[in-house]
Design a protein around this ligand. Structure first.
Ligand SMILES: Nc1ncnc2c1ncn2[C@@H]1O[C@H](COP(=O)(O)OP(=O)(O)OP(=O)(O)O)[C@@H](O)[C@H]1O
Length: 584
């Protein structure tokens, strides 16, 4: 249970709510104990024929008042204790989300989104159950068991109590065992459900591929299989749940049988009164729940502890990229944009082969560097290192003469406008997508960024203009429109460094020319890095480097590279030929 130590601050902060909740719980339990005695006295008075109308009314009034107070106190303890559990759930989920946000890209490369979602739902839920119903059950079980048994022995009969309670430990064992099996089967059903939803989600987001490959029938069969599996797992669960109730009823039935037979004899022998017999019966009814709860509470706490252990593991994971003490210079709050890369070599974490080898580049402030090269040659990796999605191990990247690790991470990233290759858009309006990186922005700023990215005309043509919702991952926009919204999102930050990773590949050459012309204007004072496969995108750059298997194999201006008659020249010739054929 040491896993819960991580929550000690929460329990301390909310201790009064717990204490007050438990006081209300004790009040409910105490009132519950009066009921059987009242019933017993009522029965005796009935049997002896001494019950007057006034007394009858008094009994009715007492039962009503007790029931009313129990109603109020039950409401109160639930509000306090269960409410606390909800606060804990809220805090844990928030903490988890904000911690996950700090973790590095590499962490997400190795952890599936589905697993992270499971932590955020199932694990947090299990901890909530332990911190709410779990705690209540512990107290309730102890209080009710202790006091009820005390009342049975003290006010009725020790012998009858011992004999009647004999079958009940079996109930605790049965509940514990059943609880485990039910939980296991429940988990299996949950997993099957996750698989089913994953299938559906994938099918719908990939619906264009499914349709164009005429795979509807095959997909339907896959879905039916997954759906069948889900129903099978649920039937498995229902079977065990259906067995559980009758077994509990059976065991409590045995106790009842003992009371009827042995208690009956005691009444006949005048060792206890008929009222005692009735009261004893009611006490036994009160015991069923706490005894069942022993098994449940053990399961709930075990499950909560296992989930807490999984969450603790995430909380203890440190981000790989962070502001390192000793390296960081907090007063570096500005970036001008002079970039120098020296003897940079890089391999991805836990990989032996180098993706970049001995890279040396200098991009003076305001100049443009273009990177071209085959797929997989390391272009994206190089810019990922510049925005510190990964950290450099060998060699150095400097901005304005300082190692990039000396800049606070936030300053570094705020000053770089990065348009990544995948152009991820959020399923919200175009306006919010463009303003994504800013705390506040005006409509004019959004329009200006859209204009600079040459997307303003397109947006004006949409009926909802900037309020157009782009659909999940931006599906309702064309590839080229998505790219330009992503560029606008980078430009609105007014970055000192702009990085375009293959960001113009989906626009036609005319639009590309227009964007580049505009960008030239916008980026006059800024440093730019443009990655592309098309020479038309990069030929105006101040320097072009050609990457091949992580090494710079050629470098210079467009003209210089053509004169080299190497890879760049070959590519240029090939693209010229393609263009000619396309124009014919
Ligand atoms: N997260 C990663 N973990 C391990 N290897 C990676 C990772 N990302 C990329 N790589 C590998 O690094 C190499 C360079 O990839 P990179 O994405 O930098 O190439 P690229 O030149 O940008 O390619 P493209 O033009 O297709 O975008 C590739 O061999 C790729 O498989």
């Amino acid at each position: 249970m040491k896993q819960f130590l991580a929550l000690k601050d929460f329990f301390y902060e909310y201790r009064w709510r717990y204490i007050i909740g438990i006081i209300w719980l004790i009040a409910v339990d105490s009132l519950q104990l009066i009921m059987p005695k009242l019933l017993g006295a009522f029965t005796d008075a009935l049997r002896n024929g001494t019950l007057s109308t006034r007394q009858l009314l008094l009994y009715i009034a007492s039962i009503l008042v007790i029931a009313l107070f129990m109603f109020i106190f039950r409401f109160l303890w639930r509000m306090y204790v269960m409410g606390n559990a909800r606060f804990l759930e809220y805090k844990l989920r928030n903490d988890l989300f904000s911690h996950l946000q700090t973790l590095s890209t590499n962490y997400f490369n190795h952890h599936k989104t589905g697993d992270l979602m499971a932590h955020a739902t199932n694990d947090i839920n299990a901890v909530r159950m332990a911190a709410g119903p779990g705690i209540v059950m512990i107290f309730d079980t102890i209080i009710l068991l202790g006091t009820t048994i005390f009342m049975m022995i003290q006010t009725i009969s020790l012998k009858l109590t011992i004999i009647a309670l004999l079958p009940l430990p079996f109930m605790a064992v049965v509940t514990g065992r059943f609880g485990k099996i039910i939980h296991h089967r429940f988990r299996k059903a949950q997993e099957s459900f996750s698989h089913l939803t994953e299938k559906v989600q994938e099918n719908f987001s990939g619906i264009r591929v499914v349709k164009s490959f005429v795979q509807e029938q095959a997909e339907l069969e896959n879905f039916t299989k997954a759906n069948q599996d889900y129903v099978d797992k649920n039937m498995h669960l229902v079977r065990i749940q259906a067995l559980f109730d009758p077994i509990v009823q059976f065991i409590s039935g045995i106790s009842l049988l003992i009371i009827l037979s042995y208690g009956g004899i005691l009444v006949i022998n005048h060792e206890i009164t008929l009222g005692d017999f009735v009261a004893f019966n009611s006490y036994l009814g009160l015991l069923i729940w706490p005894i069942m709860a022993i098994g449940w509470v053990i399961n709930i706490l075990q499950r909560g502890a296992a989930s807490m252990a999984r969450l603790n593991e995430i909380f203890q994971t440190k981000p790989e990229i962070y502001d390192q003490e000793g390296l960081i210079q907090p007063d570096l709050q500005e970036i001008k944009g002079d970039i120098r890369i020296q003897h940079l070599s890089f391999a991805y974490p836990n990989q032996s082969n180098k993706v970049l080898s001995d890279i040396n580049i200098h991009i003076p402030q305001g100049k443009t560097l273009a990177i071209i090269g085959k797929t997989g040659s390391g272009k994206t990796t190089l810019v990922n290192l510049l925005v510190r999605l990964y950290d450099v191990e060998e060699g150095m990247i400097q901005i304005d003469g300082h190692d990039i690790k000396s800049f606070p991470l936030e300053v570094l990233r705020q000053n770089i406008g990065y348009v990544p290759q995948d152009n991820f858009l959020f399923s919200t309006s175009i306006k919010e997508n463009i303003g994504f990186g800013l705390d506040s922005y005006t409509d004019q700023e959004v329009e200006k960024a859209a204009e600079d990215a040459q997307i303003l005309d397109n947006i004006q043509d949409f009926p909802m203009k900037f309020e157009t919702i782009v659909g999940e991952r931006g599906v309702s926009l064309s590839g080229g429109q998505k790219q330009r919204v992503s560029i606008a999102r980078a430009l609105i930050k007014n970055p000192k460094i702009l990085i375009l990773d293959d960001s113009l590949s989906a626009v036609d050459t005319k639009t590309e020319e227009a964007i580049l012309k505009r960008l030239k204007e916008v980026m006059k004072e800024r440093t730019s890095i443009i990655i592309a496969h098309r020479i038309s995108t990069i030929k105006e750059a101040d320097e072009i480097i050609v990457l091949d298997e992580g090494k710079i194999v050629e470098r210079g201006t467009h003209e210089q590279l053509l004169q080299l008659k190497g890879q760049y020249y070959d590519l240029y010739q090939k693209q010229l030929l393609e263009e000619m054929i396309a124009n014919e």
